[in-house]
Design a binder for this molecule. Sequence first.
Ligand SMILES: C[S@@+](CC[C@H](N)C(=O)[O-])C[C@H]1O[C@@H](n2cnc3c(N)ncnc32)[C@H](O)[C@@H]1O
Length: 255
Amino acid sequence: MTDPVVPFYDQLADAYHLLFADWDVSIERQAVALDRLIRARTAGSPLTVLDCACGIGTQAIGLARRGYTVHATDISPAAVARLEREAASRGVTLAAGVADFRTLAGAVTGPFDVVLACDNALPHLITDDDLARTAQQLHSVVREGGLLLVSIRDYDHLTLDKPRATMPWTFDDSDGRRVVFQVWDWAENGQTYDLTLFILRASGDGWLTQSFRTTYRALLRADLNRFLADAGFSDIRWHMPQDTGYYQPVVTARA
Ligand SMILES: C[S@@+](CC[C@H](N)C(=O)[O-])C[C@H]1O[C@@H](n2cnc3c(N)ncnc32)[C@H](O)[C@@H]1O
């Protein structure tokens, strides 16, 4: 059976850049912050990087531009196809493929110096079993002594208030005005929520609306620590946005 996350990201792939004020600016900004984090925790270069939740390439493209040898994979075929087009149109060389990070080791030839899963990819896994299995798969593709780097939303904070929606972002550019926001419907136990992402584009006197729906687990830092430690990772450290310049909490761990 197809994982429901696949149609969500397949349908979103063409519009994904619209979630950013300027996607190219975000590619560069994220690469600067991630490069700094990686270099502070690894020695030598060039480094091989597996971005196993690459989407349309927000991290993979910027890191490849900075001299990393990047292999980018994702469960969404449409996202991977767009990543390949976006990399080619920018003259960026990287390898790409479709892979589920729950079965990653069979899909890539590792190990890699650094393995990334950024922007809240792991919280798409709802069950403990899937998280435990994925942590083991990640561990098996990071070289011994190499680095895992994962970013997730700050659920330790968000689960205190369980917000029903995000504030709308309003962007004005050459394509006109667009408004982007999310509505979150929390499960009664507060452990998961259904997210509906809205993208509204001004059109004449009205608005064209697209919406996309998926489910997330509100993955707490202590829980992710436990899955990573159980899989064999050590030196597990959280890096918060005020220290890294990256917009989400980032966990690094050593294989
Ligand atoms: C919010 S997007 C972030 C994409 C990219 N890292 C970025 O920042 O633009 C989360 C990504 O995780 C991917 N993903 C979710 N579940 C996955 C799985 N089981 N295996 C591989 N990728 C998965 C999705 O397809 C999606 O591209």
